[in-house]
Design a binder for this molecule. Structure first.
Ligand code: MN
Length: 201
């Protein structure tokens, strides 16, 4: 059976400081992300056992839990990739993602307007969730999606280019209840080179 694996981070645990602390990143990666991987693998194993034994299973509950945990895994995998240290030289969108910036200007009117829309989408998530910048394959344009948990409000045919985790585990130890400050600071650690690569694909 194919299994999900926790990917290694492409940088050190302290690389995103001071905007995301070593403590937060370590817990987030080794505890939270790891648990989504483990749950997803357990659910797949349960399905496989059921197929072998013919036992009846609660398919509704399994599907729901699988969607949550697999989406959690995929979003975190993407989240680690689209960030890098503020000293990496990859944080300037104009320098590192000129094609994407052109598309942002086309679809949102301006960089400032996009940044406001994305930030407000992230800040206004009720409870736990994400803001995503996606490529809408049917219309060939960029799109912002507000996801609750890891998988609610998501829709098909959207390639994820950029994602921001605003679950409390993503910022609470660093920012307490000030999610807005976290979102504002997070722009300093976006790896626009990676986002441009995803856009080019
Ligand atoms: Mn998370």
């Amino acid at each position: 059976m194919e299994k999900y694996n926790l990917p290694k981070l492409p940088y050190e645990y302290n690389a995103l400081e001071p905007y995301m602390s070593l403590e937060v990143l370590t817990l987030h990666h080794t505890k939270h992300h790891q648990s989504y991987v483990n749950f997803a693998n357990d659910l797949l194993a349960k399905l496989e056992e059921g197929r072998k034994s013919g036992a009846s299973l609660d398919f509704k509950a399994i599907s729901k839990a699988l969607s949550f945990n697999v989406a959690g895994h995929i979003l975190h995998e993407t989240f680690w990739k689209i960030m890098d240290s503020a000293s990496s030289g990859k944080n300037d969108i104009g320098k590192n993602a000129p094609k994407l910036l052109e598309q942002i200007n086309k679809d949102f009117g301006s960089w400032e307007r996009f940044k406001t829309e994305f930030s407000e989408t992230a800040k206004s998530v009720e409870g736990s969730g994400w803001a995503l910048l996606t490529w809408h394959k049917e219309h060939n344009n960029l799109n912002i999606i507000q996801v609750e948990k890891h998988n609610v409000n998501l829709y098909p045919e959207q390639k994820i280019l950029l994602c921001l985790d605003v679950w409390e585990h993503s910022y609470y130890l660093d920012y307490k209840n000030d999610r807005a400050k976290f979102v504002e600071n997070w722009w300093n650690i976006v790896n626009w080179q990676e986002v441009e690569n995803r856009f080019a694909e």
